[in-house]
Design a protein around this ligand. Sequence first.
Ligand code: SAH
Ligand code: F3S
Length: 481
Amino acid sequence: MEKIIDEKKQGTALVLEEKKNNTRKLFIESYGCQMNFSDSEIVASILADQGFNTTQNLEDADLVLVNTCSIRDKAEQTVRKRLEKYNAVRKINPKMKIGVLGCMAERLKSKFLEEEKMVDLVVGPDAYKDLPNLLEEVDAGRNAVNVILSKEETYGDIAPVRLQSNGVSAFVSITRGCDNMCTFCVVPFTRGRERSREPQSILEEIDDLVAKNFKEITLLGQNVDSYLWYGGGLKKDFEKASDFEKATAVDFAQLLNTVATKHPKTRIRFTTSNPQDMTLDVVKVVAANANICNYIHLPIQSGSDRILKEMNRLHTRQEYMDLIDNIKELIPDCAISQDIISGFPTETELDHQDTLSLMEYVKYEYGYMFTYSERPGTMAARKLKDDVPEDIKKRRLAEIHTLQRVHSHYRHKAYLGKTIEILIEKTSKKSDQQWSGRNPQNIMAVFPKEHYKVGDFVNVRIEDCTSATLLGTAVGYSENN
Ligand code: SAH
Ligand code: F3S
């Protein structure tokens, strides 16, 4: 789903506030997308009621859980290495139990158990509420697996604990699963069919976050534009809904508008948008609400019509460009970021040039770019030979990266001399004398700390920039503060 979390954060053990009477220790790590990080917070919340406090010390853990990603082969290899590490530690701490959560659990199911006692527990993304029962099995010395995908589960009734949060920005899941069936993508198989969460439970979670002083909320889904609440059930069954359910249904534009108007001082973001599902209504809601950030992550994958068709992306290059034009007309300062895959099967040099020329047209602020990785069971794996040699995939990716850096720098230079609003998130990685935070367009800025603190909205005058960061000086609090 959406953006992959900063590589440096991947795998960091997540820790929450201790519950006094809890005696067992949980070590939980997450890989992959923001939805996984968000799911781990739900899991930690469920396990806090089962007597578990989280720990950052693998050696001390009674239970080790790894929330996994299957999106590319490399993501799965990383998890396998972690499992080897856990098993090495288990030799000195034999009471330790090991469990696999998330997309790899769903994809490989009980195969994990067959792999030389690597794991005791395998739990798919829709089965976390079954964890208390599964743990009983494991405590009794048996292996436990639940990888049943659900039509209903949205975890709307679980208040996630905020693990390792900066206390400023939080993610709130609004949909689960994906019905799009892009031919390269494993997500529809691992996360099941699309379903939306009840608006009331979303609003309550956000109310709670705002009350706890969070300043920025990101609405999260594999395909947020496809959000549709009509009383529960799968998106694909909407046609069968009653007239009343259809008349009172809530779509993404309405949900976004409700959230934004209810909390005018909170920054609202959303991810990920699929171009084929994004409506002009959503763009208009972003334009109409000052607190919805002018930033849209809009994956394109390829600039070639032929490849888009092979990928089952249900829009053309021209339709995508028209959408970009509409966004820029309604929201002139809207930043756009992309996902691009290089070396999809049958991709020619001309197709690759089409991707580069599309990038040239949009001049994205930012991008998430990867070489194609064949995923077992997907339509592309079944129907198309992975025929672009690895060195060519990599060379094309390098060209895409280089062009993206040029465009990021170009976009960042437009901020020179301007004063922009930054929400302070943390100390800069490069200097403990500097804060770092993002502007509404999601561009990172760093500036001297002075008397400001984490969570402040400040106006920062931009004096310099790189292709990654804006550099400046704070000139005062913004009116949002
Ligand atoms: N709906 C989610 C997509 C999740 S996957 C979203 O739009 O965020 C995130 C990105 O990973 C995709 O947009 C795609 O660019 C990339 N990706 C997915 N499957 C891939 C594969 N088999 N090989 C390489 N990259 C892939
Ligand atoms: Fe994957 Fe396409 Fe859905 S990339 S998550 S199948 S929108």
